[in-house]
Design a protein around this ligand. Structure first.
Ligand code: EYF
Ligand code: CO
Length: 272
């Protein structure tokens, strides 16, 4: 694993600002997540808000990605391309926002309920939310990076779900993707397992599947789906390792989460 960038105090301030904007962008698009809206319309809302705030949507043209945000519906694990398909009552959709502000990237995502999803879809989504919380809780300076995968996979397994292994969290800052690679699954085999250090900034973004952990890449070259076409859900935060713990840079202060007005989420109050 190549060297992890330790951010300076000035760089951390810039990470805070880009992460704040990424979180605000999710809050801004949340009320529009309803049956009938297309993911292309959500893309345009996200794009407009980011640009109005003096930033650039990091995914746009990144390695050739064609849109400004990833929208991953139901069995889509990640990197779903916004398009003309309207969201339907009962869907779940992950909206993954990354912005570049003043030269620094901030990355966050949440899975939204569209109308009234099935109990299975809600269970998976709440497990994914808990898996992210477990991963964040596992981070403290001096502990090893593999603690995240231990915690996340333990949480998913206890709930009868599986963890995607092929896509990982990542360091972030001046680059969208920097070292380290952050596995959300248990460490299998040998390889570097560095200790967390104050000044590391990275994402934790577990993709949790209702069925098997294996995934497939669709012919468009971007869209990743579950091999068994069962549901997948994901939440993501960008975090900073501090001297005594972590700071969740994309924290929403307890706001947001679901796209419909009448689905309550115990852990985070509804958007007012
Ligand atoms: C098969 C890319 C996509 N990578 C990461 C590049 O928000 C993100 N992670 O949390 C994220 C978003 C995008 C992204 C959009 C495009 N890419 C590289 C390699 C394969 C791939 O899809
Ligand atoms: Co992301």
């Amino acid at each position: 694993m190549s060297k992890v960038v330790i951010k300076t105090a000035e760089e951390i301030e810039k990470c805070r600002a880009s992460c704040r904007l990424a979180a605000d962008t999710l809050l801004h698009v949340a009320p529009s997540v309803k049956p009938g809206v297309t993911t292309l319309e959500l893309n345009d809302i996200v794009h407009g808000y980011i640009v109005e705030n003096g930033a650039y949507p990091s995914p746009l043209n990144y390695r050739g990605f064609p849109k400004s945000v990833c929208t991953s519906v139901n069995e889509v694990v990640c990197h779903g391309i916004p398009g003309e398909r309207p969201l339907r009552d009962g869907d779940i959709v992950n909206i993954d926002v990354t912005v570049r502000l003043d030269g620094f990237h901030g990355d966050t995502s949440a899975t939204f309920y569209v109308g009234h999803p099935s109990p299975e879809a809600r269970h998976l989504t709440e497990v994914a939310r808990e898996c992210l919380a477990a991963g964040i809780a596992a981070v403290e300076p001096g502990k090893r990076l593999s603690a995240i995968g231990e915690a996340v996979e333990g949480c998913a397994e206890a709930a009868g779900c599986s963890v995607v292994r092929d896509y990982v969290g990542h360091g972030i800052g001046r680059e969208f993707h920097e070292p380290p690679q952050v596995s959300h699954a248990r460490k299998r085999g040998s390889g570097a397992d560095p200790r967390f250090q104050p000044g590391w900034v990275f994402t934790i973004e577990p993709m949790i599947n209702a069925g098997v952990w294996q995934v497939e890449l669709l012919a468009d070259g971007w869209t990743v789906v579950t091999r068994d076409r069962k549901l997948s859900a994901q939440f993501e935060h960008t975090i900073l390792v501090t001297r005594d713990g972590v700071e969740v840079l994309t924290d929403r202060g307890g706001r947001l989460l679901v796209g419909s007005e009448d689905v309550g989420v115990p852990s985070e109050p509804q958007l007012s």
